[in-house]
Design a protein around this ligand. Structure first.
Ligand SMILES: [Zn+2]
Length: 384
């Protein structure tokens, strides 16, 4: 891996290994990465974290086991392809056309993963001496439950890392905040009755509508976050009822809440508990069960933090804009920063609007720029 053209070849290989959720199959990709690092012998310490026969995450360390340095954390799973007929190309052929590569994961986020890997290998090949550690973290299952990031935290392999780079697609802009993500499923169980006698039943669908309305009304009104905008809560699924003339016994609602760094998810769940209690009083005999489907904390780094300024300096040096932004999507940073409340930035190739799309693409120029930025960050953080 001697020049940044190799980032295209590496990305192609990564996209050709199908790691679509829900199967993931990240182990095949982890094995491929291990082969790439193997020739460097003792200069590279590899720790594979196995989740199952087909799924694993990988933490690679270059340099000594000391405090300091820098850690990159990227996920290697992708969302599913969806309807194949809608794709103009084979999503796993990784063809490059007109200065772009097309395929599932090119943008989110095998592009970022390829760029961080090539940046590290370029530094190694150039003979750079790693006085401080560089961590390259490849996580499984970010698009689902974040099993990989959680296992990485448990392994304590990143315990000594002082700062984190998340190479998710930002079009190489610097993002220092991300919204949290709280997904809820609420199941209501009432009592079935004939449609002409609603008074003898307990109408679960009406109770679900009331609960959703009351909950949304009870949520605090928050000031707009400078980088992330508004806190949002949307009812995204509603299920229930059998026939027009039957008082429904069961209803399920699901909600997608995107939270701001000032919010505690536990407080939101308390508000839901109180609203559920009121609905139970209004519908005697009704049972309500709440399930948290996803719980990613909102996280942010202070704009004045030294690390943010350090990244800004090097991004500017390669000719890219250095303003800071916020991202509405959630990343592995949620788990990593929760465990290690340390400065992080999200910066990576590819436009975020391309993530999870049909005909997902990344511009090759964007990959080359990311490699340049990452190399700078690695040299300045890990060389003497
Ligand atoms: Zn992603």
């Amino acid at each position: 891996m001697k020049n940044s053209n190799d980032v295209v070849e590496l990305l192609r290989s990564l996209v050709q290994i199908n790691t679509c959720q829900p199967e993931g199959n990240e182990k095949e990709l982890v094995d491929f990465l291990k082969e790439i690092f193997a020739p460097y012998g003792d200069a590279v310490k590899m720790n594979e974290i196995s989740h199952s026969d087909e799924r694993s995450s990988l933490v690679v360390r270059l340099g000594p086991d000391l405090a300091g340095g820098i850690a990159f954390v990227g996920h290697v799973d992708t969302v599913p392809v969806g309807d194949l007929n809608k794709w103009s190309y084979d999503p796993h052929a990784a063809e490059s056309r007109e200065g772009k590569m097309v395929g599932r994961g090119t943008c989110d986020m095998k592009g970022g993963v390829a760029a961080m890997t090539v940046a590290a290998l370029d530094c190694l090949e150039s003979g750079m001496v790693f006085e401080k550690p560089l961590y390259l973290t490849y996580t499984a299952d970010e698009e689902q439950d974040g099993m990989g990031a959680k296992a990485v935290v448990e392994s304590q392999l990143l315990e000594k890392a002082p700062v984190f780079v998340i190479p998710e697609p930002t079009d190489n802009k610097i993002a220092i905040a991300e919204k949290g993500c709280l997904w809820l499923r609420i199941q209501l169980e009432g009592k079935i009755a004939h449609g002409s006698k609603p008074e003898v039943g307990i109408n679960a669908v009406e109770a679900a509508i009331d609960l959703a309305k009351n909950f949304k009304a009870a949520l605090p009104r928050l000031e707009r976050h400078k980088l992330l905008g508004e806190f949002t809560c949307a009812v995204t699924r509603l299920e229930g009822g059998i026939m027009t003339n039957i008082i429904p016994e069961l209803a399920v609602i699901e909600m997608d809440l995107r939270t701001l760094p000032v919010q505690e998810h536990a407080q939101i769940l308390d508000i839901l508990d109180k609203c559920s209690e009121q609905i139970r009083e209004a519908y005697p005999g009704l049972a309500i069960k709440t399930e948290v489907l996803k719980d990613f904390l909102p996280v942010e780094t202070d704009e004045d933090d030294d690390f943010v300024q350090f990244v800004q300096k090097h991004v500017k040096a390669v000719g890219l804009p250095d303003q800071v932004h916020g991202m509405t999507y959630a990343t592995d940073a949620a788990d990593i920063v929760k465990a290690y409340p340390r400065p992080f930035v999200i910066i990576g190739p590819g436009h975020e609007s391309m993530a999870h799309q049909v005909d997902e693409t990344v511009k090759l120029d964007s990959l080359f720029q990311a490699v340049e930025v990452y190399k700078k960050l690695i040299q300045e953080s890990c060389a003497s």
